[in-house]
Design a protein around this ligand. Structure first.
Ligand code: FES
Ligand SMILES: [Fe+2]
Length: 397
């Protein structure tokens, strides 16, 4: 275990193996109820083009139902789907001008959440206002800002530029989404989980480091090819810098090295909560077009990677489906800083006034990979000797 010199000194919470008093005690799994509050921050809800057809769309998110619609001014708006008149579902209504019209009695709601018109009424009641979420389109993706305190977006938490988005030198999005029946903390945990990349995703990490600071949690990972998998023309090595900007949007800059050339990929791994026990996971791929990868081939690579990442997430899902929530994981020395990551994640679930320094201070941790690499090399060699192919390396997170 290497704690980098400039890291803040956080005590790594690990099992005290030498503590004889507790040696014989059975470890108990602890899990508090899942939070019913939803994280503050930008949440991507999909490709903006999917919402730009002049029709209202239903999105189940943040424990409720939202209506997403593009007004005639081109602005995409997000409102609570339930009409404040008598509870009609606006997402079943119609877009009329810059408003969404309720299917029940035709009340017209604007993107600012205010009722603009009631065709059969002399005037609109004073308090005719519903909940509206701030939105933005960034890199061709639609984002909504969720904040239980009702404050506007925090400028420092703007999503940074997505390499390759809206860029002719790259492919367009290969995009997909899956609904997952568990609390979204499970997908966040993967940021620090080096070992599962070998066991679940059939990759071979040999370098793994995390940095958490402010609202950003980064994972630096390098990997090598496995001999016990069969993929024609597989890369010799890979390098990935994957960072969550806020609670739900990860940009992964990937580099696959094929020896005499390398290919660059941007992978988005993001989600929004449907409720406390369900989330929609979305992933998108952009591939850089280059001399070794003309446009047509790059599009194929993007599609293949999208499928690969989907397989990867299904490997995670198989685990999530059957595992239990655990607040006190029992860690060994070669595990990553799960507790520190969860402290970082906690900042999005408390009021801004209650954010503690330990949630946002810079923290760095690099796993000593000597022992895992040794063990995994031996396992790969054994698989090769037995002619056992374990599968294909996948994306996932
Ligand atoms: S319930 Fe929406 S207009 Fe009456
Ligand atoms: Fe994973």
């Amino acid at each position: 275990m290497t704690q980098l010199p400039d890291a803040d000194t956080f005590e790594i919470e690990r099992d005290e193996m030498t503590d004889t008093a507790t040696e014989d005690a059975v470890r108990t799994i602890e899990a508090a109820d899942v939070p019913t509050r939803y994280a503050r921050g930008w949440h991507c809800i999909g490709l903006a083009s999917n919402f730009s057809d002049g029709k209202p769309h239903t999105i189940h998110a943040f424990g409720g139902k939202l209506v997403v619609f593009q007004g005639s001014d081109g602005q995409i708006n997000v409102l609570d789907a339930y009409c404040r008149h008598m509870g009609g579902d606006l997402s079943q209504g119609e877009v009329k001008g810059n408003t969404v019209a309720c299917p029940f009695h035709d009340w017209r709601w604007g993107g600012d959440g205010r009722c603009k018109e009631i065709p059969y009424a002399r005037r609109v009641p004073l308090r005719a206002r519903t909940q509206a979420w701030p939105t933005m389109i960034h890199g061709g993706l639609l984002f909504v800002w969720n904040d239980p305190e009702g404050n506007p977006p925090i400028p420092e938490q703007m999503i940074p530029e997505i390499k390759g988005a809206n860029d002719d030198g790259w492919t367009d999005w290969a995009w997909n989404e899956i609904e997952i029946d568990t609390n979204c903390r499970e997908v966040i945990d993967n940021v620090v989980d080096m070992a599962h990349f070998f066991y679940i995703h059939f990759s071979f990490p040999n370098y793994f480091r995390n940095v958490f600071e402010k609202h950003v949690a980064t994972q630096y990972m390098k990997g090598q090819a496995r001999e016990d998998i069969f993929v024609p023309g597989k890369p010799k090595s890979s390098s990935s810098v994957a960072a969550y900007f806020g609670p739900s949007f990860m940009i992964d800059d990937l580099d696959y090295n094929y020896g005499d050339y390398s290919s660059q990929i941007t992978l988005i791994n993001c989600h929004y909560p449907v409720n406390e026990n369900k989330f929609v996971l979305m992933y998108g791929i952009l591939v850089k077009i280059g001399d070794h990868l003309p446009r047509e081939q790059a599009i194929e690579v993007a599609k293949k990677n999208e499928i690969g990442v989907g397989v990867g997430f299904n490997q995670d899902i198989a685990i999530w489906k059957n595992k239990t929530r655990i607040d006190n994981p029992l860690l060994c020395e070669q595990d990553g800083p799960v507790y520190q990551l969860r402290r970082w994640y906690e900042q999005f679930y408390v009021d801004v006034a209650d954010i503690q320094s330990e949630m946002v201070n810079r923290f760095e941790f690099e796993i000593d990979t000597e022992r895992p690499v040794e063990a995994w090399k031996a396992q790969v060699a054994e698989n090769v000797a037995k002619g056992r192919l374990v599968g294909a390396p996948t994306g996932g997170s």
